[in-house]
Design a protein around this ligand. Sequence first.
Ligand SMILES: Cc1ncc(COP(=O)(O)O)c(C=O)c1O
Length: 397
Amino acid sequence: MQFSKRIQSMQFSPIRKLTPFADEAKKQGKKVFHLNIGQPDIETPETFFEAINNFKENVLKYTNSQGIDPLIDSFIEYYKQWDIDFERNEIMITNGGSEAILFAIMAICDFGDEIIIPEPFYTNYNGFSEAAGVNVVSFITKAENGFHLPCKEEITSKITDKTKAILISNPGNPTGVVYTYEEVRMLADIAKEYNLYIIADEVYREFVYDNLKYTSALYMTDILDRVILIDSISKRYSACGARIGLVASKNKELIKQILKLCQSRLCVPTIEQVAAANLINTPKEYFTKVKAEYENRRNILYSSLVNIPGIVCEKPTGAFYIVVKLPINDAEHFSQWLLTDFHYNNATVMVAPAGGFYSNPELGKNEIRISYCLNSKDLEEAMDILSKGLEKYKELF
Ligand SMILES: Cc1ncc(COP(=O)(O)O)c(C=O)c1O
């Protein structure tokens, strides 16, 4: 039996593809520190579980396709804290930010259309684009300048008559970059000049460090009909398993079109929507503590990295990832070797080779992505192991 060209051209997730080697290492009794995945270890707020405990319906019904009103209203209230105004008919609740990305792409692109994305990028942008028959066209951002955007001309040189949107993750996964006001403004100008959408994936909005000011694409008030917001509670409230996200836009007609996709998948899980609606009652201190925790981890990670000879990276200012250039040729081989052939005190680390975060197969070959979703003590130990592993690897290869 044959498979579609579409499914065959999709890649397996670079974040998970070394998992069998990690499982084998664990079977052999080694401890594996997971620096590969963005699964926060922070506790989900109690407000979420309280709502689940209070759920007393006798029948677990479908909800409407747009999502339940209390959840939509809670998001409207949340955005007010960020000086962003949404109305009910500008938001669709989705199965995580993931479904929001897919729906946004499907709603604005036809088969063969193009989306421009700075690379390295969140690998599922590629997966969803492939699935929708849309081509990703990328421009390069570099470790040497912390993955900030290149000049306007470098971006506009990628635009063709098939380009429909620029897709950004801000703060960035996998890079940890936080774009400045000027960078977001430049993208807004390009969108206006070339009649494009901006798909703004802002799922890490809370995680901006060093007292930097965050610039949402929705602050560009002259292009609001072009901005499609992707959001999620996965990272904000450490609630990845809830699968609650949203796609939102001040372009009401676009949201109305997306409703067709929402209707075809009926609805988002009912209990999780009810629970997510109560997250708005989470005390403010939750974010203050969580942010301070991540910022501290970022500092630990960065100070370990700068002590490793030959490494190239800028201090990331957002999200909980960093892409690091290593003084080796094949980061994928190194990442696998760490799991199969190396341990220190019977422990090793799993990292994500960064090649999979690029669309150009020649790029990122000597880079890895490290996620700092481990507590500080484990992170220190994991970085020590990584550094010793790299030293050993350089002797051998
Ligand atoms: C940039 C970015 N966007 C979207 C998502 C999707 O998250 P979810 O589907 O859990 O909301 C992720 C998950 O890691 C992400 O890093």
